[in-house]
Design a protein around this ligand. Structure first.
Ligand code: KG4
Ligand code: ZN
Length: 365
């Protein structure tokens, strides 16, 4: 990219110093169409996310075919929203990145094909990014156009989303999976319990909000613990909470999703407390097994209020540097995909071959 292109961009953002390379990223792994531009210091210059909630809401969950079509329809406006205020065009990118999986293959293919085609036409390197790797680095991103924090060589990462609940060890670029869920992901059980209550998709944030108004001690729910084990398990908690809800209904409690009665709010508070306690328990176990100085927490569920409060307390007591993803980058977004690609570029990787494919499941580490 020529220097005069940079000054054109700068004229729209007088306060920002653009540092090469500029990374243009696309994320279409599920139901959000996202585009972002991140500079060489990890500054998020633009991050636009178009939600497809209205299209999927009548079905109570994401319909893959609709997701793909919506990505195709929404992309031009999403890209314009990100690029136009910066005075940038796609040709100004030095690197192009797109999510290659895991996710819905038809949805992934839209963003991946767009990204590959752009990079191919521009003669720029292309990075097909693992969606969870995007989440994993996102806690280092800053808001307000500030540069990203420099990730240390080694850290522990907790990724909590709608499809994944996992602990990773990161050493340089190498990611090792330390623990995963044996059944449901944490976000998934928030969504399923909320759906049973009659809440609209995505139910997780609404369950979190209602739980704030309940008493978690009124009737607590258990936290599964297997001596010496790090793995997560959420399906037992989901079933226990749904059984309690059914018992309340049999007892004459009317479950009104818009304004649930106090026993339902208490149930949601107990459910959330048990879900979060399991996370904190596993983080504490990992810490006892292998000390770490920094914990990076990310994923859509990292927006959960109790999760944030409890991990802040735990980290303060343990003396661990806690990096909670900024709320703006907790849910799916393309800034995290750009930043993950930037990490790979910084390590000297040339990018991926044009043959890189979209995949619904890809192991990470
Ligand atoms: O990372 P994300 O946007 O997409 C995936 O990669 O899955 O995570 C979405 C998940 C959904 O299950 C959503 O209900 C959940 O994150 N979520 C929450 C909260 N905000 C979003 N779950 C609990 N509490 C929240 N505040
Ligand atoms: Zn995600």
């Amino acid at each position: 990219m020529a220097g005069d292109d940079t000054s054109a961009a700068r004229s729209n953002m007088p306060a920002m110093e653009l540092v090469r390379p500029l990374v243009l990223a696309i994320e279409t792994s599920c139901d959000d169409t996202a585009c972002a531009v991140v500079d060489g210091e990890g500054r998020v210059l633009a991050s636009s996310v178009s939600s497809q909630l209205a299209a999927h809401r009548p079905y109570g969950g994401v319909v893959p075919e609709i997701a793909s079509r919506e990505h195709l329809a929404n992309w031009p406006a999403v890209a314009a929203t990100a690029l136009s205020p910066l005075g940038l065009a796609p040709r100004d990118a030095d690197l192009v990145a797109a999510t290659r999986g895991p996710g819905l293959v038809g949805a992934l293919l839209v963003g991946l094909s767009l990204g590959k085609a752009l990079a191919y036409a521009l003669g720029k390197p292309f990075f097909g990014v693992h969606h969870l790797e995007g989440h994993l680095w996102s806690p280092f991103l800053a808001t307000g156009g500030e540069p990203a924090a420099a990730p240390p060589q080694r850290f522990a990462a907790l990724v909590v989303s709608g499809g994944h609940t996992a602990l990773y060890g990161v050493d340089g670029g190498a990611v090792t999976t330390l623990a995963e869920t044996r059944d449901d992901a944490m976000g998934e059980v928030f969504d399923k319990l909320g759906k049973r209550l009659g809440l609209a998709y995505p139910q997780g944030p609404l369950v979190d909000k209602l739980a704030e108004t309940g008493d978690p001690q009124a009737a607590p729910l258990p936290v599964p613990r297997v001596e010496g084990e790090l793995f997560f398990s959420y399906s037992g908690l989901k079933s226990a909470a749904i059984r309690r809800l059914e018992a309340l209904e049999r007892g004459g409690v009317t479950v009104d999703a818009a304004d649930p009665p106090q026993p339902v709010r208490d149930l949601l508070a107990a459910f959330r407390a048990a879900a979060v306690a399991q996370l904190v328990d596993r983080v504490e176990r990992l810490y006892r097994q292998r000390r770490f100085e920094l914990l990076a927490v990310s994923g859509g569920v990292a927006a959960n209020r109790l999760l944030r409060r409890e991990l802040v307390s735990w980290a303060a007591a343990a003396g661990v540097d806690l990096r909670l993803v900024p709320l703006a980058y907790a849910g799916d977004n393309a800034a995290m995909i750009a930043f993950a690609a930037l990490q790979r570029h910084r390590r000297g990787e040339p990018g991926d071959p044009w043959t890189v494919e979209a995949e619904s499941r890809i192991p990470l580490g």
